[in-house]
Design a protein around this ligand. Sequence first.
Ligand SMILES: N[C@@H](CCC(=O)N[C@@H](CS)C(=O)NCC(=O)O)C(=O)O
Length: 229
Amino acid sequence: MIILHGFAASNYYNLVKHLLLHKQLPFQENLLYGGSDQLLAISPVGKVPAITTPEGLNLSESSVICDFIEETYPSLTFPPLYPEDSSQRAVVRQIMKIAELYFELPSRRLIGYAFTGKAVPEVVAAEVRQVLTRGITALNRLCQFSPWVAGEHFTMADIYLYYVNQVAIKFVASQLDWDLFAEVPGMKAWHETMSQSEIAQRVEADRQLNMPDFMQKLNVQFQAAKANK
Ligand SMILES: N[C@@H](CCC(=O)N[C@@H](CS)C(=O)NCC(=O)O)C(=O)O
């Protein structure tokens, strides 16, 4: 059985979990937090998520895991999550890449400020806004939301962008007072449809259950970092 390592407060972890649930693949969750020695033994950068396959292969990086799972376990029941046509498949992957580089990563720079309550320095806010602006332009050009991100068919880009948005929408709104939904027409309605699926709701319930433990771990890390200054 596949083992999914990580913690449910992580959006990256949740996107892989959503994929495994979507594909109805049996898996076991192994609670590990970022940077732990156990995780470092599995994931070369010590980040979440990581998986261990039934054959014993350890893999990390969410988009790599997504590709691996889809290629290794093609579904007999459900349509594939990447289009068969290589051009269309590349567009799906392009959306995922842009979501990660131009939505997820700049937004992630705001998380520390949100948790500590410190104001985001203007230089950081300006850099984040600049990268997000590129992401907004690109997602407006590439996403269709008709009804799914890449058009008529549900693809990996739906799962990927949905969990990227869990971080991007929330922290950009709270730290930069900027509503990313308003910048990409169609994204909010699509996001709401995604959030209503049974799988997304199960993932969200597990996320909420893990939050207190995760916050406590984070607090310990912040205190240790403060003491070392
Ligand atoms: N590029 C990685 C990013 C994963 C990532 O940043 N995970 C966070 C949790 S959401 C993490 O493990 N953080 C702990 C750390 O940085 O030590 C992926 O796509 O899987």
